[in-house]
Design a protein around this ligand. Structure first.
Ligand code: 3PG
Ligand code: MG
Length: 397
C-alpha cells in the first residue's frame, strides 16, 4: 500500500488529529443511524492503546462557512460517548483557536476530544492553507479515517495531510482494502450491479465499469433509458429520452471491452406509484402506454442470480426497482438475498456502497452477510468511477 497506517506511526504522548465522518442522519436532535460513529471506534481505541491523544476533526451537514447552531457537532456527543464506553468524550466549541487548544491541553488519559464542525469556517471547503495550518498546529500526527469524505479536497481532508506526518485510520484502511479487492485486483469473473433512477448521474460510473467488469447488470429507472435507446417502449416509466445516444455509446464500449450487459428481460408494471398498487409481470417489450415499470420481473431475477452464481466478485450500487415501496422491492430483495447466501457460502466476495444501496440491503436483511458495506455515498461512487480521491491521494504524500 502506498500510504501508512497506524501501525507505522509513533503516537506515544502525541496529539493525533483524526479526520472522521460523523455526518450521521439525525431526527429531532437524536442520531437515527450510528453506523458511521461505530465504525471509527477501532481507530480511536488503537490510538489510545498506542499512547496517543485522539482529537477528532469532522464536518456535519452543509453550513457553508457559517456557524449554524442546528449543525453543531455537539449533538453527536451522546452517540459518540455511547460508542466509547470507558472513554471520556469532551467537546470543543471551535475546531481552531482557544477552545480547541484548551480542550487539547487539558486532555487526560483515556480521553477523546471532538472539535466543532470544520465547515463552520469558510476556509474548510476552500481548502484554505491558513485554516489547514491552524488545524495542523493543534497536533503532531494526522490520521484520515473519513473515506466517505475523501472525495472532497477540503482543509481537514486534504490540506492538513500535506502539513503533518499522515496515515490512514482503520476504517479508511478497511474501505480501501475492500474496494481494491472488488475492483482493483479482483478475483474474476466480476459482476457489477448498477441501479437507481438516472443514467445521467452515473455516466462516468458506467463508462468506467464496462472496462473493468465481466458482467454489468443495469436496473432501476436507468435501465429504462437503455431500453428506450434500443427502441423498446416503456410507457410512462421514468426514462431519460435525451440520453439515448449516450446509452448506446456505453453499450458499444461494453461490447468492445468484452463486458456483458444485462438489461431486464421482464418487467413489473403498475399504473400508480404507491405501495400495494395493482401490478402485473410482462415481457420487457410489452409495457402498456399508460403503465410504468417499477421493478424487474422473475425471469430477470433468475438471470441475475445465475450471473451471481457464476461470478467470484460482486460490486453493487443502486437498487433494481422502486425498493422503497412494496411489492416493487421484490427483485432487489431476491438478488440481494442470493448475493448474501453466496457470500455466506464463501463463493462470492460482495461489496456494496451508496446510501440507497445500503438501505436496500438492510431492508432485504442481508447487509450482515455481505463481505463489505462501505460507509460512503458520493466517495464510493467517485471511487467506482476510477477517480482519484483527494483525501486518499494526499495520504500518499
Ligand atoms: C456524506 O455524507 O456523504 C459525506 O459526509 C460527505 O458529505 P458532503 O456530501 O456534504 O460533502
Ligand atoms: Mg452527502
Amino acid at each position: 500500500m502506498a500510504w501508512k497506517t497506524l501501525d507505522d506511526m509513533d503516537l506515544a504522548g502525541k496529539v493525533a488529529l483524526v479526520r472522521v465522518d460523523v455526518n450521521v442522519p439525525m431526527e429531532n436532535g437524536k442520531v437515527t443511524d450510528a453506523t458511521r460513529i461505530e465504525r471509527i471506534v477501532p481507530t480511536i481505541t488503537d490510538i489510545l492503546a498506542k499512547g496517543g491523544k485522539p482529537v477528532l476533526l469532522a464536518h456535519f451537514d452543509r453550513p457553508k462557512g457559517k456557524v449554524v447552531p442546528e449543525m453543531s457537532l455537539r449533538q453527536v456527543v451522546p452517540a459518540l460517548q455511547a460508542a466509547l464506553p470507558g472513554i471520556k468524550v469532551t467537546f470543543a466549541s471551535d475546531c481552531i483557536g482557544g477552545p480547541a487548544k484548551i480542550a487539547i491541553a487539558e486532555m487526560g488519559d483515556n480521553e477523546v476530544v471532538l472539535l466543532e464542525n470544520t465547515r463552520f469556517h469558510a476556509g474548510e471547503e476552500k481548502n484554505d492553507p491558513m485554516l489547514a495550518a491552524s488545524l495542523a498546529a493543534l497536533g503532531e500526527v494526522y490520521v484520515n479515517d473519513a473515506f466517505s469524505a475523501a472525495h472532497r479536497a477540503h482543509a481537514s481532508t486534504e490540506g492538513i495531510a500535506r502539513l503533518l506526518p499522515s496515515c490512514a485510520g482503520r476504517l479508511m484502511q478497511a474501505e480501501l482494502s475492500a474496494l481494491e479487492a472488488a475492483l482493483g485486483t479482483p478475483q474474476r469473473p466480476v459482476v457489477a450491479v448498477v441501479g437507481g433512477a438516472k443514467v445521467s448521474t452515473k455516466l462516468d460510473l458506467l463508462g468506467n465499469l464496462v472496462t473493468k467488469v465481466n458482467h454489468l447488470i443495469i436496473g432501476g429507472g436507468m435501465a429504462n433509458t437503455f431500453l428506450v435507446a434500443q427502441g423498446i417502449e416503456v410507457g410512462k416509466s421514468l426514462a431519460e429520452r435525451d440520453m439515448a445516444e449516450t446509452a448506446l455509446a456505453i453499450l458499444a464500449k461494453a461490447d468492445q471491452s468484452g463486458c456483458a450487459i444485462h438489461l431486464p428481460k421482464d418487467i413489473v408494471v403498475a399504473r400508480e406509484f404507491k405501495a400495494g398498487a395493482a401490478s402485473e409481470v410482462l415481457p420487457v417489450t410489452e409495457c402498456p402506454a399508460d403503465a410504468m415499470i417499477l421493478d424487474a420481473g422473475p425471469a430477470t431475477v433468475a438471470n441475475i442470480t445465475e450471473v451471481f452464481s457464476a461470478s467470484r466478485t460482486l460490486i453493487w450500487n443502486g437498487p433494481l426497482g422502486a425498493f422503497e415501496i412494496e411489492p416493487f422491492d421484490a427483485a432487489t430483495n431476491a438478488a440481494a438475498q442470493k448475493a448474501g447466501a453466496l457470500t455466506a457460502e464463501g463463493a462470492l466476495i460482495s461489496v456494496a456502497g451508496g446510501g440507497d444501496t445500503v438501505a436496500a440491503l438492510n431492508k432485504a436483511g442481508v447487509a450482515d452477510q455481505f463481505t463489505y458495506i462501505s460507509s460512503a455515498g458520493g466517495a464510493f461512487l467517485e471511487w467506482m468511477e476510477g477517480k482519484d480521491l483527494p483525501g486518499v491521494a494526499a495520504l500518499k504524500g
